[in-house]
Design a protein around this ligand. Structure first.
Ligand code: AKG
Ligand code: FE2
Length: 443
């Protein structure tokens, strides 16, 4: 175990000094919340302590939940503080009560609401034909432009059977439709990232997203927490494995082509990434009585190398930050997959390709589901700009760091635009947007 640990202590924060025996299986290698340690203390606390230990106090979704954080100094002296994350409701349960308004914790400040005048309805992200990428340079040119101009595109002819996509969507939806008691059998620990619940919540004053999540580590097998894999609906685990194998293959193919668009050998990323990490997050957004006041999922960039998102064909919700700063809705194309560049590729390319902020808005009438796969290097891989991208004109913008370190930083920080990437920036104050007008057309 590195640094802190998470304990199932049955509601009692017993002793910060002598952690009690692990009882609930959270003590697994991957869940970065249990590795909260020296390198990222600023994401929860700036107090300068060297070690953070999270202790679960109560985890019942829909109840008051709090985190007790013990801050242990290297010398052994102790300071302790309690981080309260307050009432975290299950939004499907809220919806079921038929409420006409939304609790205060979901209501965003004016400029953080979805329908400001900063939404650009006419633009749309590019659509890339994967079969064309294999065939000729025209496809590669389109891909290069999509990566440079948007960092987001939809892929068609991706080679994954539509029946498999439909089946994964059906099973994910069925899971979210189960009674709360069933879903609570797979609880996401506060501050955790795997299981059913709410990730990225760290304080009482934090606004909450109008979303329920099921998140699971999939590859390599060592990051799996089998007791958090739903046994209902029937076939869920098997389908997720097949689905993930196919999506992983697609990621590898896309990364090879992306490498080519950068003038690199196709195997560059595969060689570098080692045993790649793959995780899935299923997001369910029930209808909201005031979609104009809430956010489905806060704006963020993904910490991955690439992300593959399957979205509900029937309901739009995903919005992407265009280069000029406007939010551009991603209109679902049936059986297409949405692909985006994550923070890892931004660092490796020294910002030539950027991870792009995105968010999900809620809907007044319809629910919406997304199944999202994050594909990233092995945790022990060291990242930093590749020499090819550091020149006199493009000086090095990111420091070198271990990917596992970044991953832990990412999941222990709230979702806040591209703030998490400041961890890697040599000059964190450098701006993101180039000040150009929002795009009017796609490529
Ligand atoms: O539901 C969506 O469309 C966005 C999901 C997303 O960005 C994520 O899970 O990282
Ligand atoms: Fe995302």
């Amino acid at each position: 175990m590195q640094g802190g640990s998470m304990h199932g202590d049955g509601g009692q924060a017993k002793s910060f000094l002598s952690p009690t025996k692990e009882t609930d299986g959270y003590e697994k290698s991957w869940d970065p919340a249990i590795h909260m340690a020296t390198s990222h203390k600023d994401s929860i606390d700036d107090a300068g302590q060297d070690e953070i230990i999270l202790v679960r106090k109560q985890t019942k979704i829909g109840q008051v939940v709090s985190l007790v954080v013990a801050l242990e100094e290297r010398a052994g002296a102790m300071a302790a503080a309690e981080i309260k994350i307050g009432q975290v409701d299950d939004v499907q349960e809220l919806h079921r009560t038929g409420l006409q308004t939304v609790p205060d914790r979901y209501i965003r400040d004016g400029d953080d609401r979805p329908d400001g005048d900063n939404v650009c309805a006419v633009a749309h992200i590019p659509v890339i034909d994967v079969a064309e990428l294999q065939r000729d340079d025209v496809g590669l040119d389109k891909l290069r432009l999509a990566c440079e101009e948007w960092g987001f595109f939809q892929v068609v002819n991706h080679g994954i059977a539509h029946e498999l996509l439909d089946e994964m969507e059906r099973l994910a939806r069925e899971f979210f439709m189960l009674p709360l008691e069933e879903k609570e059998k797979y609880p996401m620990a506060p501050g955790g990232i795997q299981g059913y619940g709410h990730a990225f919540v760290f304080s009482e004053d934090q606004k909450l997203d109008w979303c329920n999540m099921l998140a699971l580590g999939v590859e390599p097998a060592s990051i799996r927490q089998p007791r958090l894999w739903p046994t209902a609906p029937a076939g869920f685990g098997e389908t997720l494995e097949t689905y993930s194998a196919e999506v992983g293959e697609l990621c590898r193919r896309l990364l090879a082509r992306i490498a080519e668009t950068l003038g690199l050998a196709p195997a560059t990323f595969a060689d570098m990434f080692g045993e790649a990490v793959q995780a899935v997050r299923m997001n369910f957004y029930p209808p909201c009585p005031r979609p104009d006041l809430v956010m489905g999922l806060s704006a963020h960039s993904d910490g991955s190398a690439v992300t593959v998102l399957q979205q509900d064909a029937g309901c739009a919700g995903l919005q992407v930050r265009g280069k000029g700063g406007a939010w551009v809705p991603v209109h679902p194309v049936p059986h297409a997959l949405v692909v985006n560049i994550g923070d890892t590729l931004e660092v490796l390319t020294n910002g030539r390709y950027k991870s792009v902020e995105h968010r999900a808005v809620a809907n007044g009438e319809q629910d919406r589901l997304s199944v999202v796969t994050f594909y990233a290097p092995a945790y022990d891989v060291e990242l930093g700009p590749l020499p090819e991208f550091v020149t006199d004109e493009a000086p090095c913008r990111y420091r070198r760091f271990n990917h596992g370190e970044y991953s832990r930083h990412y999941v222990t920080s709230r979702l806040e635009g591209k703030k998490t990437l400041e961890f890697a920036k040599i000059d964190p104050l450098a701006g993101e947007h180039d000040g150009t007008a929002p795009e009017e057309t796609s490529t």
